[in-house]
Design a protein around this ligand. Structure first.
Ligand SMILES: CC(C)(COP(=O)(O)OP(=O)(O)OC[C@H]1O[C@@H](n2cnc3c(N)ncnc32)[C@H](O)[C@@H]1OP(=O)(O)O)[C@@H](O)C(=O)NCCC(=O)NCCS
Length: 201
């Protein structure tokens, strides 16, 4: 919260990641220890629950709906986790071995579009927020995107102060606004469109 005096750990320089898709990266701070690694299809049951939690608690933050996602069984959910080794990836945050957060990267397809990619599905369980985990997660996605794409896009509900602040703090810049991007709970929500330019992608 603004003016909060809570002690926070801020990620400094990350050690080089040898294999951005596979390498689990353990981060230890005075506040929390967690690992970020690419999810595999074996993580589908845990990600399904996490995703349903995010869609239940924050319907205005995601384009997917709980109603539709809950119809997918574990096999169908596993299909949505990109195979390890490709451009696309879904990172998970593990604290004490339990999946508590995620963020995905999807590269645009087609010769004219493949220099761009999308960050999607950013979520942290509330117990993990406010401790630098979000910064580390976004940085991991950005590090993965770097060298693959030159433009990393994401969208955020402008009323989502925390997520917006997090993205701007990692270098994203607002380039537009989609009016009435989401309709949920009897309300329309705009999307703010953000991009991070990654030279030499
Ligand atoms: C977005 C999310 C991952 C960020 O988690 P986080 O990195 O731990 O960040 P926080 O939630 O602590 O907030 C980030 C910043 O916004 C500030 N903030 C959060 N809510 C705020 C509010 N209502 N008003 C003002 N500032 C706020 C925090 O103080 C923090 O600022 P600081 O870095 O200067 O201390 C997490 O909040 C989340 O999962 N939210 C629900 C799902 C979601 O919105 N996903 C994004 C979809 S685009």
């Amino acid at each position: 919260m603004p003016g909060s005096s809570r002690r926070r750990w801020r990620p400094a320089r990350w050690p080089p990641i040898r294999d951005p898709e596979l390498a689990g990266q353990t981060v230890v701070s005075e506040l929390i220890s967690f690992e970020i690694r690419a999810l595999t299809r074996a993580d589908a049951p845990a990600w399904r629950l996490l995703r349903l939690e995010s869609l239940t608690n924050h319907p205005e933050a995601f384009a997917s709906s709980h109603e539709e996602f809950s119809l997918l069984d574990v096999d169908a959910v596993a299909e949505r986790i990109p195979p390890v080794g490709g451009d696309d990836v879904l990172f998970g945050v593990f604290a004490d071995g339990v999946l508590g957060g995620c963020a995905g990267f999807a590269r645009d397809t087609g010769l004219k579009l493949r220099h761009k990619g999308l960050m999607w599905g950013v979520y942290l369980r509330s117990a993990l927020r406010g401790q630098g985990v979000g910064e580390a997660l976004i940085d991991r996605v950005v590090e993965h995107a770097r060298g693959r794409v030159e433009v990393l896009r994401c969208a955020v509900n402008p009323e989502n102060i925390g997520a917006r602040k997090l993205y701007l703090s990692r270098g994203f810049e607002v380039y537009g606004r989609e009016p009435r991007a989401l309709r949920t709970g009897g309300r329309d929500h705009d999307d703010e469109l953000l991009a991070l330019i990654l030279p030499n992608g």
